[in-house]
Write a protein of this length. Structure first.
Length: 384
């Protein structure tokens, strides 16, 4: 009987535990909060990730460890790795935790990235804006997620200043703690992601390319397979494979991409199962959650082929009425069991259908019934 320890007890840990049960795996989740939603599906250790007593208890009750979020302190991951196998490795985790290290690796591997410059002072920010040009985005190097810790500079090359001042006022204090990076703003045509898995034996698979739509930096909807030609898919798979091999990665990861003039630029590596892969639960032969567990447990990887077409809609803040989704033949409901809170991811729905017109029909009905016409509109535009 193998017990998988998961650091972080959010919806990703919850869905990992749910998908690992048929494999006979047991789970232990560690989170700082006793009411983390994975605790409804698996036993928990409650404690700070830096608390050695809590970590020691966690380590003593598990056979392997993995993560449901990337901001676990790297020292804690390394401490744990001296006691149990940890996948993905603390090195892979540390790379993905720092936008500068991550983007430098992309560049070294020949993966195109938006131009970027590290920034430590107000003067360096001015010089960086002058070099990169506007618009550009100032981001924290570490601990940013879902568009948090970012400031878009629309104007303000040296001289007219306002944009640069505002950006420094918003994030400058964090230069000394989490570090800052300035990136060129990419006027992308589409946002895509590739979710991939690599096994302990080096076996590598990807799910079909997914198209994503964000609202205020938070994922709103995903469509798979993303309408894309073979060349684009090859670029994405190639980027993902190069990264996986360079990091000797084990488990699932997602690479977020911007499409611009036929080129896929890498935005971010998420070293874990990813929101843009939630559709794989019902939309593919083997979900990202189960394949992550197969990878970390050293089991054969499952087929990642799609079953038709799928669209995932995120529910942010509070759950809507589930009935319109449940009424659909290919409608699937996921309530994470969280208390409502503004901006919080509380659940999602996946609509699956055999062809694009059928998926569009289901999306139109669900959008209208829930008053979510705006949320489904860009997906419908792509489908029709
Ligand atoms: P991130 O936290 O880096 O994944 O950014 C969240 C969202 O902000 C992305 O999904 C994009 O929609 C947008 N964004 C981030 N970086 C850039 C960029 N360099 N150019 C254009 N849009 C960006």
């Amino acid at each position: 009987m193998t017990t998988v320890g998961i650091l972080g007890g959010g919806q990703l840990a919850r869905m990992l535990a749910l998908s690992g049960a048929p494999l006979g795996l047991r789970f232990l989740v560690m989170d700082t909060s006793a009411d983390a939603c994975a605790g409804q599906c698996a036993p928990m250790v409650v404690g700070d990730y830096r608390d050695q007593d809590a970590l020691a208890e966690f380590a003593s009750r598990i056979d392997i460890a993995t993560f449901d979020f990337e901001n676990v302190p790297a020292d804690s991951a390394r401490w744990l790795a001296e006691r149990v196998p940890v996948f993905p490795s603390p090195r892979a985790l540390a790379t993905a935790q720092d936008r500068l290290v991550e983007k430098t690796l992309f560049r070294e591997l020949g993966i195109p990235v938006p131009d970027f410059v590290p920034v430590a002072t107000r003067e360096e920010l001015e010089a960086a804006v002058a070099r990169i040009g506007t618009p550009c985005i100032l981001k924290t190097r570490r601990l940013g997620y879902d568009g948090k810790g970012q400031f878009r500079i629309k104007r303000g090359t040296v001289g007219d200043g306002a944009g640069v001042d505002d950006a420094w006022n918003a994030l400058g204090a964090q230069a000394a703690t989490v570090g800052l990076i300035l990136e060129a703003f990419v006027p992308f045509e589409r946002e895509l992601s590739v979710v991939a898995v690599r096994g302990r034996d080096g076996g590598f698979r990807t799910w079909p390319l997914t198209e994503n739509w964000h609202v205020d930096g938070v994922l709103s909807a995903s469509l798979a397979p993303a309408p894309a030609d073979g060349g684009l898919v090859r670029q994405a798979v190639d980027h993902a494979r190069r990264l996986a091999e360079a990091l000797d990665y084990v488990g699932v990861f997602a690479l977020e991409l911007f499409l611009r003039d036929g080129v896929l630029l890498a935005n971010e590596l998420a070293p874990r199962v990813h929101n843009s892969g939630h559709w794989t639960i019902e939309g593919s032969e083997t979900s990202q959650f189960q394949n992550h567990l197969r990878a970390v447990a050293g089991l054969p990887l499952g087929d990642t082929r799609m079953l038709g077409h799928a669209c995932m809609l995120n529910w942010i803040g509070e759950m809507p009425d589930g009935a319109p989704v449940l009424r659909e033949a290919g409608g699937h409901w996921h309530d994470y069991g969280k208390a409502p809170r503004e901006g919080r991811k509380v659940g999602h729905a996946t609509l699956r259908a055999d062809d694009r017109p059928a998926l569009a029909g289901a999306l139109e009905r669900v959008g209208a019934a829930l008053g979510r016409e705006t949320q489904v509109a860009p997906v419908l535009e792509r489908l029709l």
